[in-house]
Design a protein around this ligand. Structure first.
Ligand code: G1P
Ligand code: ZN
Length: 544
């Protein structure tokens, strides 16, 4: 086996987005495409000699082939050891856990999250640093700069390694270890939650629950934790076997895509609790019996009940939410007298705050919730948190949420996505709105008057780094807010995301349909941004 240095040419479209580089599989299959990005990442790490690298993915099409390519390149770049999840599987939070536990210099996670998989669908790659979290912008920008100037990459000729057998192999001077994908993560969960209490809840056959793994990566994790360690009935985890195309579905845990689960939560004999996770296991959706729990409320509730969980009994230092996320958690933080930070969209912004000990819990409206136990959002962790709360309080999820609203008031929230719109027109729309910002205050749209408007600019409180143009925010005089931004995770066209939220303290008005409660804001957003004129759309494709 010898090292081979392969001449290559730069591709001009390898800038990582909100969460790594995502493209169609065919794009990744072009000669040198994946290799260039991997070498650019290794170059950004600097000296790889003797270091430990963790590698795994969500099991989607091209995952296994990509792992074989990365192993050869890691060996040729001098890594001391590569740790890989069995079957090339590691959920995003499990990868974060393994990186931290074994002091790796970082890890490569192969995933396009909730995007569909298969030969004609999406693939993705992201680099997580030694803290187990997504690389911060200065690292992703360095990787990107390397992709634009790359002229060669290093690899070697070696047979494919057996990804399915636990054990060790050697490629050049590099140890390659296949580890159980689930154990380290499941042990971590057991160290945070009260498994005894949860076991007695789940062994009560009157408490029927269901977890939809959506044919994606959390299947094996959920079976081990919920069914084996916590004794939930066999079959509690549905769609439990990861498949390369997620069973032809969209592994996105929302009311539209997790419809099988939604059906079980409604109807004649609804289950007491339901949950789903996404392609790579970092997102969660939680449902009570016939009752949807918005992720913004969920984050607020986890904070309000954290004192019931063994892993958080010591207290919560602070909390953070992404800017477009509804402000329910802010109220709980204020009541607890702990800091509440606002960050741009994307998990990478939470890492600094966690590493500096400023926050313990954080979340995003996009079905992402997490804590400092790892440096990624964590779908199954959120589900276990909820189960632990239900076991402690011995109340249905619906009652827990209703009580919360009665105590704090309700922050109505909804997000409207306009998918596959023309990228140039969408950018023009945002630019036009940005140009209007200075004059918006005082203007009236329907029954609403704009109080203030800006383009969100973030200054990281830990290292002072700045991120500009992170979304347009429009505040109305009645306490409402509209946020507009373009998605940074799509692979074709553009997705316009419009977020709406408004606080309602009146106990008589807590049970409304969010679309109705927010209707005046929705109308105002269409009017001020001229959404139809630029996108040709009157209604969104997805509402969450
Ligand atoms: C979306 C979500 C964002 C999340 C990201 C990765 O990014 O909106 O909150 O962190 O996926 O899961 P977007 O497509 O909006 O850039
Ligand atoms: Zn994900």
């Amino acid at each position: 086996m010898t090292i081979k240095v392969i001449a290559t040419q730069a591709f001009d479209n390898q800038r990582p987005g909100t969460s790594g580089l995502r493209k169609k599989v065919v794009e990744f299959q072009q000669p040198h495409y994946l290799e260039n990005f991997v070498q650019a990442t290794f170059n950004a790490i600097g000296d790889c000699n003797g270091k430990l690298l963790v590698v795994g993915g969500d099991g989607r099409y091209y995952n296994r082939q990509a792992v074989q390519i990365i192993v050869r390149m890691a060996a040729a770049n001098g890594f001391g050891k590569v740790m890989i999840g069995q079957g090339a599987i590691l959920s995003t939070p499990a990868a974060s856990c393994v990186i931290r536990k074994y002091n790796a210099c970082g890890g490569i996670v192969l995933s396009a999250s909730h995007n569909p998989g298969g030969p004609d669908e999406d693939f993705g790659i992201k680099f997580n640093g030694a803290n187990g979290g997504p690389a911060p912008e200065k690292v992703t920008e360095e990787i990107f700069a390397n992709t634009t100037s790359i002229t060669e990459y290093r690899t070697c000729e070696s047979a494919d390694i057996d990804l399915d057998a636990i054990g060790s192999a050697r490629v050049l001077d590099t140890d390659v270890e296949i580890i159980d994908s689930v154990t380290d993560y499941a042990d971590l969960m057991e160290s945070i939650f009260d498994f005894d209490k949860m076991r007695s809840l789940l062994s009560n056959r009157r408490f029927r629950m269901c977890f939809d793994a959506m044919h994606a990566v959390t299947g094996p994790y959920a079976v081990e934790i919920l069914e084996k360690r916590l004794g939930a009935a066999e079959g509690t985890v549905m769609n439990a076997v990861p498949s390369e195309d997620f069973g032809g579905g969209h592994p996105d845990p929302n009311l539209v895509h997790a419809h099988e689960l939604v059906e079980r939560m409604n109807g004649v004999e609804p289950m007491a609790f339901g949950a789903a996770s996404d392609g790579d296991g970092d997102r969660n959706m939680v449902l009570g019996s016939g009752f949807y729990i918005n992720p913004c409320d969920s984050l607020a509730l986890l904070l309000a009940n954290a004192h019931l969980i063994p892993g958080y009994k010591g207290g919560v230092n602070g909390v953070a939410r992404s800017m477009p996320t509804g402000r329910a958690v802010d109220r709980v933080a204020a009541a607890l007298d702990i800091p509440c930070y606002e960050t741009p969209t994307g998990w990478k912004f939470f890492g600094n705050l966690m590493d500096a000990g400023k926050i313990t819990l954080c979340g995003e409206e996009s079905f992402g919730t997490g804590s400092d136990h790892v440096r990624e959002k964590d779908g199954l962790w959120a589900v276990l948190f909820w189960l632990n709360i239900i076991a402690e309080r011995n109340q249905p999820a619906r009652t827990i949420v209703r009580d919360h609203w009665t105590q704090y008031g309700r922050d109505y929230f909804t997000r409207h996505d306009f998918e596959g719109v023309d990228a140039a027109r969408a950018a023009e729309m945002i630019d036009a709105l940005r140009a209007k910002l200075p004059s918006l205050a005082g203007q009236t749209f329907g029954e609403l008057t704009v109080e203030s408007a800006d383009d969100y600019h973030y200054v990281d409180p830990v290292d002072g780094s700045e991120s500009a143009k992170q979304g347009i925010r429009i505040y109305t005089q009645d306490g409402g807010r509209i946020v507009m931004r373009l998605s940074g995770t799509g692979t074709s066209g553009a997705t316009l995301r419009v977020y709406f939220d408004r606080y309602q303290p009146d106990p008589a008005l807590l049970g409304q349909d969010p679309q109705k409660a927010l209707a005046s804001l929705i109308e105002a957003a269409h009017a001020m941004a001229c959404i139809e004129q630029y996108t040709g759309r009157v209604r969104p494709d997805v509402i969450t």
